[in-house]
Design a protein around this ligand. Structure first.
Ligand code: UD1
Ligand code: CA
Length: 490
C-alpha cells in the first residue's frame, strides 16, 4: 500500500456533453483505444484507492455498465439531476455511506472528460496535499486561454482564498491566468461536512464543488493549490475539436515514450497508436501506420508504410507493409504485403510469406512457407517450406459450413488451384496449374485435375473469315506448314 493511498477517488461523469452533438455520451467517446472516462478510471486505479466511484447521470445505464466492464472494482453512484459538481460529489459520497463505508483520509475528485491527466500527476497532487497538511488542495494550471474555467483567487500572502467561476467572476478576477483543473484532493471528513453547507446562490443555481474551498478556508482550514507541471494534461473535452486535439496530444505522448524506449517512428504525425500497444527496441514504424488494441511489435521488425494492425503480434525482424491485419500472429522474419489482409486466426510461421493481394483467415502457415500472390487462404493448415502457386483459392465454404484444408510440408502447388475443402495434400506432393483439387493427394504424388486441351485446327478461318485474327493466322500458316513438312521429310 502506497503512503498516499487515497480513501476514495470520485470521478464526475454525469454531464450530458451537449456540445459533442452526439448520440454517444461524451465520456464514452474514444481516443487512442480507450473511452474518455476509461482513461480517467485507469489513471485513478494507478493510485490503488480503497474506493473508486464514478458518478453517472446522463445515459447512466450505458456509462455505468461501460465503467464496471472496464474496471470490476469501480462502483457507480447515480446523480439523477445535474445540480452541479458539488451535488455530484455528494451523490458519490452518499452512495458509499449507504453501504456503510466511513471514509477517512484523502478523497480525490476528478472529471470524466479529462483523459490526459496521468496517474503520476494525481499521485503528486495527493502527495502535496498530505505533506502540506491541507484540508483541500486544488490542482491548478496556468493556461494560455482561461475562458470558461474557474479562476484561482489568491490572497496577498499567496494562499488560495477562493475559486470563482468564469460566469461569476469580476473583471479583475477574469484577468487571473491560474485556473481550476476540476481535480482536487480533500480531507474526507471535512469534505463531507462542507458539502452540506454549499448553497446554490450563483449564476447557474448549482451546488458548486469549488465553494467548498471558501467554506473550509472561512473555518480556518488550510487550503492549497498544486500547479500542474504541464497544463495540457488538464484539458477537458467539450467538443470534437478538443477531442481531436486531445487524441493528438495523447498519441504524441505514447509515441514519445516508444521512441525513448528505442522504437524508430519515421513520421509521428501520421502514426497512430492505442494505449494498449507494446513495442520492443529497434522496431521501426513507417508513415501512415495505425497500431491498435493489443498489437505488439517485436525487436527489429518493420511495419508500414500504410499498415493498420489490430490485436496483431509482429515477430522479430518481420516486415509488414501496406497491410490490414486483425487478430493475426506474424512470426519472426516473416514477410507480409504489400496489399495483404490477415484476418483473425492467421498464424504465420518463421520466415514465411503472405504476399501481394493475399487474404488469410484462420490459417496456420508453417516455417518458410510462401503464399506469394493473389490468393485466399481460409481455414487451412499448411506445413513447412511449401509454396502455394499464384491465384489459388482455399474453397472453404459450401454455402452452409466452413471446411478445413490441410497441405503438407515441402509441397509445390500449381498456379490457379482451387482446394475444395475438406481436402488434404500430403507432404512433398505437387499439383498441376489450373487444378480443382477435390480429392486428397497422397504424399509425393502429382495431382492433375483439369480438362484436357483440344485444338480445333482452322476454326478461325472457317468461323471468323476476313477477321484480323484470320489474316494473322494466314500469315503465320505457311511458315508453320513449311516447318511441319520439314519435320515430316526428316
Ligand atoms: C468545472 C469547475 C471549474 C473548472 C472546470 C475545469 C465547478 C463549479 N466548476 O467547470 O472551476 O475550471 O470544471 O474543467 O466545479 N458534472 C456532474 N454533475 C453535475 C455537473 C457536472 O457529474 O451536476 C460533471 C461533468 O460531467 C464533468 C464535470 O463534472 O465531468 C465538470 O462539469 P462541467 O459542467 O464541465 O463544469 P465546468 O463548467 O467546466
Ligand atoms: Ca467542463
Amino acid at each position: 500500500m502506497s503512503a498516499n493511498r487515497p480513501a476514495a477517488v470520485v470521478v464526475l461523469a454525469a454531464g450530458e456533453g451537449t456540445r459533442m452533438k452526439s448520440s454517444t455520451p461524451k465520456v464514452l467517446h474514444e481516443i487512442c483505444g480507450r473511452s474518455l472516462v476509461g482513461h480517467v478510471v485507469a489513471a485513478a486505479r494507478e493510485l490503488d484507492p480503497e474506493h473508486l466511484v464514478v458518478v453517472v447521470g446522463h445515459a447512466r445505464e450505458q456509462v455505468g455498465s461501460h465503467v464496471t466492464g472496464l474496471d470490476a472494482g469501480a462502483r457507480t453512484a447515480v446523480q439523477h439531476e445535474q445540480n452541479g459538481t458539488g451535488h455530484a460529489v455528494r451523490m458519490g459520497l452518499e452512495e458509499l455511506a449507504a453501504d456503510g463505508v466511513t471514509l477517512s483520509g484523502t478523497v480525490l475528485v476528478t472529471c470524466g472528460d479529462t483523459p490526459l491527466l496521468t496517474g503520476e500527476t494525481l499521485a503528486a497532487l495527493a502527495a502535496a496535499h498530505a505533506s502540506e497538511g491541507n484540508a483541500v488542495t486544488v490542482l491548478s494550471a496556468r493556461v494560455p486561454d482561461a475562458t470558461g474555467y474557474g479562476r484561482i483567487v489568491r490572497g496577498a500572502d499567496g494562499s488560495v482564498t477562493a475559486i470563482v467561476e468564469h460566469k461569476d467572476a469580476t473583471e479583475e478576477q477574469l484577468a487571473i491566468g491560474e485556473i481550476n483543473s476540476g481535480v482536487f484532493a480533500f480531507d474526507a471528513a471535512l469534505l463531507t461536512e462542507a458539502l452540506g453547507k454549499v448553497r446554490t446562490d450563483n449564476s447557474q443555481g448549482e451546488e458548486y464543488l469549488t465553494d467548498v474551498l471558501g467554506i473550509l478556508r472561512g473555518e480556518g482550514h488550510r487550503v492549497g493549490a498544486a500547479v500542474a507541471a504541464d497544463h495540457r494534461e488538464i484539458v477537458g473535452i467539450n467538443n470534437r475539436v478538443q477531442l481531436a486535439q486531445a487524441r493528438r496530444l495523447l498519441n504524441d505522448r505514447l509515441l514519445e515514450r516508444a521512441m525513448l524506449a528505442g522504437v524508430t517512428v519515421v513520421d509521428p504525425a501520421s502514426t497512430w497508436v492505442d494505449v494498449t500497444v507494446t513495442f520492443e527496441p529497434d522496431a521501426l514504424v513507417h508513415p501512415g501506420t495505425q497500431l491498435l488494441g493489443s498489437t505488439h511489435l517485436s525487436a527489429g521488425c518493420e511495419v508500414g508504410p500504410q499498415a493498420r494492425l489490430t490485436d496483431t503480434f509482429v515477430g522479430a525482424e518481420a516486415e509488414v507493409t501496406h497491410t490490414v491485419a486483425v487478430g493475426a500472429r506474424i512470426g519472426a522474419q516473416a514477410s507480409v504485403g504489400p496489399y495483404t489482409y490477415l484476418r483473425p486466426g492467421t498464424e504465420l510461421g518463421l520466415k514465411s510469406k503472405a504476399g501481394t493481394y493475399v487474404e488469410m483467415k484462420n490459417a496456420r502457415v508453417g516455417e518458410g512457407t510462401k503464399v506469394p500472390h493473389l490468393s485466399y487462404v481460409g481455414d487451412a493448415t499448411i506445413g513447412e517450406y511449401t509454396n502455394i502457386g499464384a491465384a489459388s483459392v482455399f474453397v472453404n465454404y459450401d454455402g452452409e459450413t466452413k471446411h478445413h484444408t490441410t497441405i503438407g510440408s515441402h509441397c509445390k502447388t500449381g498456379s490457379d488451384n482451387m482446394f475444395v475443402a475438406p481436402v488434404t495434400v500430403g507432404d512433398g506432393a505437387y499439383t498441376a496449374a489450373g487444378s480443382v483439387i477435390t480429392k486428397d493427394v497422397p504424399p509425393g504424388s502429382l495431382a492433375v485435375a483439369r480438362g484436357q486441351q483440344r485444338n480445333i485446327e482452322g476454326w478461325v478461318a472457317r468461323k471468323r473469315p476476313g477477321s484480323a485474327a484470320a489474316q494473322a493466322a494466314q500469315t503465320a500458316r505457311p511458315a508453320q506448314d513449311a516447318e511441319d513438312s520439314g519435320i515430316r521429310k526428316a
